[in-house]
Ligand binder design. Structure first.
Ligand code: SAM
Ligand code: MG
Length: 208
């Protein structure tokens, strides 16, 4: 049977990237997505560089591209938990993350965000997150944000970074973070990964 796109992406990493070199893994994936097949990674245009977060949550791992981009910049001792409910994608991502040599910094958790967010405290000993990257299915951005609030996972200063707020778009989420007094929110214009279509990130700081 024909291989899947994530399997072909992993092959490109294994063929073209150096083990233990996150930048080469990122470059190999970018090259594959630009020249072979588009894939829903955050891409090489949007920059994710919140200063020195210690505890990071990523919603939506896919093949682990953004996981590698974020984890490689983390200070020693910092931890990134990434959630993915598709077992096939999670299996690929695990290998991509290991290829980049980042398995010590990254905990990939298989399952749905709505099931795992309420278990972060008891299961992973997380008090609050410093940075949350939202990049899973777009109808979950708003309910999962409210769930994180209810579970006490956000502190004053926690940064929510939401991808693809224009394309495909998350109008209910934007309406919420832009109008709520609990957030200071701003938009960073960019483009949909590997295309010229307008898209952007919304950065929302929780004010407590
Ligand atoms: N962050 C990745 C990157 O930039 O490289 C891309 C993530 S992709 C756009 C979205 C992923 O979220 C898919 O792999 C999908 O299976 C996963 N997903 C969607 N809804 C989810 C949920 N509620 N819980 C866990 N994973 C979810
Ligand atoms: Mg995205």
């Amino acid at each position: 049977t024909r291989s899947t796109r994530p399997q072909r992406l992993l092959k490109a990493v294994q063929k073209n990237a150096t083990r233990g070199d996150p930048q080469s893994v990122i470059s190999a994936i970018d090259h594959f997505c630009r020249h072979s097949e588009w894939a829903m990674n955050i891409g090489d245009e949007k920059v994710v560089n919140e200063l020195n977060p210690e505890k990071v949550l990523e919603l939506g791992t896919y093949c682990g591209y953004s996981t590698v981009r974020i984890a490689r910049l983390l200070p020693p001792g910092a931890r990134l938990i990434t959630l993915e409910f598709n077992g096939d994608y999670a299996a690929i991502a695990r290998q991509v993350i290991a290829w980049a040599g980042l398995e010590d910094k990254v905990q990939l958790v298989e399952g749905a965000s709505e099931d795992w967010i309420p278990r972060m405290k008891e299961h992973f000993g997380i008090e609050t997150f410093d940075l949350v990257f939202l990049d899973h299915w777009k109808d979950r951005y708003l309910p999962d944000t409210k769930l994180m609030e209810d579970c006490g996972l956000l502190r004053k200063g926690t940064v929510l970074l939401a991808d693809n707020v224009i394309c495909p778009g998350v109008p209910d989420y934007l309406q919420y973070v832009r109008n709520s007094l609990s957030y200071k929110s701003c938009y960073f214009k960019s483009h949909l990964e590997y295309t010229k279509a307008e898209d952007g990130l919304e950065k929302s700081v929780f004010l407590g």
